[in-house]
Unconditional design. Sequence first.
Length: 234
Amino acid sequence: MEEQSLEEHLGELRRRVLVSLAGTLGTAAVVGALLGGRIIGILTSAVLPPGTAVIARTPTEYIYAWFLVVVLVSLYLATPIVLHQVFRFMEPGLYPHERRLFLRVVPLSYLLFSAGMLVAVTLLLPAAARFLVSYTEPWAEPMLSVSSVVYFATFIVAVTSLVFQTPVVVGFLLASGLVSPSKLRAMRRYIYTIFFILALLTAPSPALVPALLVTLMLVVMYEASLLLGSKLFR
């Protein structure tokens, strides 16, 4: 392939950026028009215990929550478009093994992120919401604001999805030679203790059961990372 001039590189970069922006904005328009309100409705009905009231405390609160949901969902759905444009821009300058690495690791990272979202929405969020609402005294009727539900769900989904990136991070450390599998196995007890402390700090509630569930999830992902090892980055 012929080497491009600086002007041609800048023109290619501008085209890739415009395609990424168009894809993201187009996705946002579709999500906003078809799914925005439904996502909030599905989220609250699937996560909260039956009969829990969801209110809007200010005239603009629902709009802000709707906008946040549309932006986050659109960014997630448009990520493959953006990653494809990044790869096509970088591809001419990549060595064959670097192309293979990109095509192997980046899609896997996106799939792991998606798996984390699925686990959070179907398992962690409903369990955490029911557990927290159950603490309400009989004389206090639970009435949650729509923004608090959306922010709470966003936090749990983000933390869980990042936890699911553990195989990619550990695989990179192993492949780079910074650590060895035997050393990571020998440090299990210390790493698991750190996992439990992190779980207490980031779990949906300060209770022991949710923290243990988060710890278990971290341990499973860590062990999966050791099994995969540096194979991801070969």
